[in-house]
Design a binder for this molecule. Structure first.
Ligand code: NAP
Length: 324
């Protein structure tokens, strides 16, 4: 069984981005810029944002963290997004999810819709999603595009493969299915109402699981020789669960003993005895998600600069948002 090393692949992608970042910076007199918006103090979001800030800084991007308190109103958040929409220094905008529940249902959608499509480095804006459906998107959701990089750079054939995606969210499952389809896989999308899920999953040559349930995908879900990509991230604190599922892994037990928690994926460890290739959690898809965010920011910067009237001119535009 081959472990698909997301850390190494992400480092390779970041190294490939460096000349493009340097050339842009030289040409434009400023680095590509990313604005990250964080509302409240969700500890997991803090960790994700810290990783994004560090990687973006190391890649030579300008990166600004814009924080709002958990008590901020939706209008305040929309005003902040609008300021970043108008900023010439920012080519990409990322609003860290989840937003505080107090912002109300539908807040996240309103905020993602408010980001200018050309700065939408998360690929969540309906215009970019529509372009993805038509296979002509340049800004695509980072996690699924990271999975494609992982497959392609690991020489796993997608064209002609049977692919099964478990999960149908807007940010992972659906764009994942589309990206695989555009690369000529025969794709099945499963979800919580799929009958006989293990049997459907076991048809896959490439199984991508994005559910968020620890060790849910057992060997019954996996065809011998399949490639299994584990997108799920769950923090487990139940000692008896850890003992039952990871009891034969001394490293995991030691980590759990130290921290009282483990970060695990959707895939049960027994799958390593059946799959041909497997992405681990941590160290699999997560680092690729960040690498693709940097790549999208450079893409957005280059496309903005190339647009007639593009805003990386000195004293550039201050156009109102949502004008495209
Ligand atoms: P989500 O919006 O909660 O979607 C989960 C999906 O899984 C839903 O489509 C749901 O089906 C399906 N599901 C849940 N329980 C199921 C079951 N028992 N059987 C079959 N399907 C089931 O989550 P998400 O945002 O897509 O994220 C999924 C996981 O990926 C999470 O663990 C998240 O933390 C992780 N993630 C990781 C990265 C990364 O960088 N590695 C990035 C993003 C997300 P229904 O639609 O029927 O409810």
């Amino acid at each position: 069984m081959r472990l698909l090393d997301g850390v190494a692949i992400a480092a390779q992608i970041r190294a490939e981005l460096r000349p493009g970042v340097e050339a842009f910076t030289k040409r434009s007199g400023r680095p590509p810029g990313l604005g990250i918006v964080l509302v409240g103090e969700n500890p997991e979001s803090e960790i994700y944002v810290r990783g994004k800030l560090r990687s973006a800084g190391e890649a030579g991007l300008r990166v600004d963290l814009e924080r709002l308190p958990a008590t901020a109103s939706l209008d305040e958040l929309l005003a902040l997004v609008e300021r970043l929409n108008r900023s010439d220094a920012h080519d990409g905008i990322l609003v860290q999810s989840p937003l505080p529940a107090a912002m109300g249902p539908g807040a996240e959608r309103r905020v993602f819709d408010a980001v200018r499509p050309e700065k939408d480095v998360d690929g969540f804006h309906p215009l970019n999603v529509g372009r993805l459906v038509q296979n002509r998107a340049s800004l695509v959701a980072c996690t699924p595009s990271g999975v494609i990089e992982m497959l392609e750079r690991s020489n796993i054939a997608i064209a002609g493969a049977r692919a099964v995606v478990i999960g149908r969210s807007d940010i992972v499952g659906k764009p994942m299915a589309l990206l695989l389809l555009h690369r000529h896989a025969t794709v099945t999308v499963c979800h919580s109402r799929t009958p006989d899920l293990p049997a459907v999953a076991a048809e896959a040559d490439i199984l991508v699981t994005a559910i968020g349930r620890a060790a849910f995908v057992t060997k019954a879900f996996v065809k011998p020789g399949a490639t299994v990509i584990d997108v799920g991230i769950t923090r487990v604190t139940d000692a008896s669960f850890v003992q039952r599922v990871f009891g034969s892994d001394p490293k995991r037990l030691q980590d759990f003993g130290k921290r009282g928690a483990l970060t695990v994926g959707d895939v049960h460890p027994e799958v390593s005895g059946v799959a041909d290739a497997l992405s681990p959690v941590p160290g699999g898809v997560g680092p690729l998600t960040i690498a693709m965010l940097l790549k999208n920011t450079l893409t957005a910067a280059l496309e903005r600069a190339d647009r007639p009237g593009g805003s990386d001119r000195p004293g550039g535009s201050d156009r109102p948002g949502g004008s495209r």
